[in-house]
Design a protein around this ligand. Sequence first.
Ligand code: HEC
Ligand code: HEC
Ligand code: HEC
Ligand code: HEC
Ligand code: HEC
Ligand code: HEC
Ligand code: HEC
Ligand code: HEC
Ligand code: HEC
Length: 352
Amino acid sequence: MTMPRRALAFLLALAVSTPLFAQTAQPKPVVAKTPVAPIGSLAPVPTTPAPVSSHAPFEAADCKICHENADPKQPGPVVKRGPALCLDCHEEFVGVMKRPHTHDPARSACTNCHNPHNANAPKLLLKEAGAVCTSCHDKIAKVSSEAKVKHKALTTGAKCGNCHNPHGSAVAKLLVQQPMDLCLKCHNVDTMADANGKKLQNIKAWLGNNKVRHGPVRSKDCSGCHQPHGSDQYRLLEESYPAEFYAPYDARTYALCFSCHNDDAFSTPQTTTLTEFRNGATNLHYVHLQQSGRGRTCRACHEVHASNQQRHVREGVPYGSGGWTLKLNYKENKNGGSCEKTCHAEKSYVNK
Ligand code: HEC
Ligand code: HEC
Ligand code: HEC
Ligand code: HEC
Ligand code: HEC
Ligand code: HEC
Ligand code: HEC
Ligand code: HEC
Ligand code: HEC
């Protein structure tokens, strides 16, 4: 059976491609990059044990719905190639496949992911959701399985489908929602914890209560700092940022912040131009960050997502495991600012 089918497929391909050769002046059609599933891989799966899903028109046992012949032993070739066969019945997908962003394999053949007859996974998928995606996206597969910090969003519920539409979307990268809304649809609870059981901030509530947003959050770009699929850095960050409250200073430790902010402002002891966090010419960023062994990290003083104070200075820092907050009591004044009895006795600085 293989030989005649292969020959047929070849003839068909030739028949389809000949007119294209004849019209070389025409603009090239958009050719999908994904190869169609190999011949033989789309046959019906055995019916014992019962498949997880089965296609209504296949259940009808009239192979002629899609093939040239009704006879299950010799159904012959399909009557149409590519998505056209499926779109005849799945009219709702005609619209889906006209969205501004469509998925390459869905443009070339729906059978890149679905068995047209039945399958050992739900929704006629060739493999479980997630596995069907990583079978082509090997780089994402590697990141998500080998990253030191993994993101549970990829392994729960619809897996990749939590964030991507496998067919088409109005949003770039096939995202099911605008990027920030996507993150906040899950990061809107007080009960979420990381892999070590440490409670994670309810980001949606925080953004609701803190109106001054950090630049990239204002432009709704959570991926400007976080890797959605997994990362070797703390908190899925794009670049390094210390996980601890104290860290010895090294510009590389703060690669995340310094990918957008100038690190000279932190490594120059005396300046009247690089930072406003200075007392006269004494750079107070330098003073706090560069203390040997006990250098304060940015989180000692700044909120990274949003705040209610100028320059994202935070109101307090979490202290100990009891959920207690140590107030910074930061105040700006007309000449600079001050901090009150928290880390040290009240101190003020003058930068005007
Ligand atoms: C909903 C449409 C549909 C129905 C109904 C259908 N098929 Fe198919 N079948 C396909 C498609 C699409 C392919 C893949 C054709 C290709 O890629 O060349 C296929 C391929 C096959 C193959 C070859 C597998 C391969 O990859 O070479 C077999 C065998 C087959 N079908 C058997 C059947 C039988 C038996 C029936 C009736 C009981 C049936 N099909 C009904 C759509 C259908
Ligand atoms: C003759 C009409 C017809 C054709 C052609 C057809 N389908 Fe379907 N398909 C159906 C019907 C009917 C259902 C069941 C719908 C329901 O249950 O709501 C269905 C359901 C499905 C489902 C959901 C299965 C599930 O378990 O929920 C998928 C996926 C699917 N089809 C894919 C395809 C693909 C891929 C093709 C092309 C190879 C195709 N269909 C061609 C009629 C068709
Ligand atoms: C890249 C893989 C992939 C390709 C290619 C693909 N699908 Fe799907 N499809 C999925 C996944 C994953 C799901 C299950 C997620 C969901 O329910 O949306 C799904 C679900 C479906 C469903 C069931 C929807 C429901 O609400 O139950 C239908 C029908 C369907 N696909 C039709 C198609 C058609 C038609 C094409 C070709 C135009 C196609 N698919 C191409 C991955 C794919
Ligand atoms: C048969 C191979 C194949 C499968 C299976 C597959 N993809 Fe893709 N995917 C591709 C190709 C090819 C591209 C286009 C890549 C390019 O243009 O460089 C792509 C692109 C993408 C993109 C980027 C789209 C863009 O606009 O930049 C996303 C997101 C994506 N796939 C997600 C998924 C998800 C989620 C699944 C599982 C439901 C999946 N893919 C399954 C082959 C596949
Ligand atoms: C938590 C949401 C989320 C989940 C779950 C998720 N992605 Fe993504 N994915 C994104 C976002 C956001 C982007 C766009 C990133 C950007 O623009 O920097 C993206 C981009 C992509 C791209 C395009 C890559 C590129 O560099 O342009 C591919 C391919 C992709 N994802 C595949 C997958 C696959 C496969 C899975 C499942 C294993 C998956 N994604 C799960 C959010 C997610
Ligand atoms: C489908 C739900 C879901 C979506 C969508 C989602 N997340 Fe998550 N995220 C989780 C869960 C659950 C955890 C906690 C478990 C874990 O992964 O450690 C988490 C954890 C995190 C963590 C902490 C990881 C750690 O262990 O240190 C960060 C950072 C994060 N998510 C950022 C994002 C960003 C950015 C987006 C949008 C691109 C996003 N999330 C979208 C469910 C989601
Ligand atoms: C400017 C870079 C940046 C942007 C943009 C950003 N984050 Fe973060 N995010 C961080 C840093 C840094 C941390 C670690 C904070 C810490 O532990 O002090 C973090 C931590 C987190 C955490 C873990 C919170 C916890 O309790 O430890 C989540 C969840 C998270 N971010 C989600 C998001 C979401 C959702 C967005 C988009 C609204 C976003 N982030 C935008 C830098 C960023
Ligand atoms: C993706 C780029 C990006 C990254 C990464 C980034 N920032 Fe920012 N940051 C900005 C932008 C843009 C502004 C907004 C400047 C404005 O409001 O005019 C800003 C403003 C600030 C401000 C307030 C300055 C002001 O003038 O109000 C502070 C404080 C700050 N960032 C701290 C940090 C810290 C700490 C990190 C690392 C955890 C960091 N940033 C990482 C882009 C970034
Ligand atoms: C000891 C507290 C403290 C630490 C630690 C700290 N900052 Fe600041 N930072 C401030 C204060 C206070 C201001 C506001 C100065 C003013 O405008 O009066 C500020 C201002 C800023 C600004 C606005 C521009 C400027 O320099 O005036 C940026 C950007 C910034 N900090 C980034 C960072 C980054 C990145 C880190 C970590 C590498 C960090 N800060 C660590 C207290 C701190």
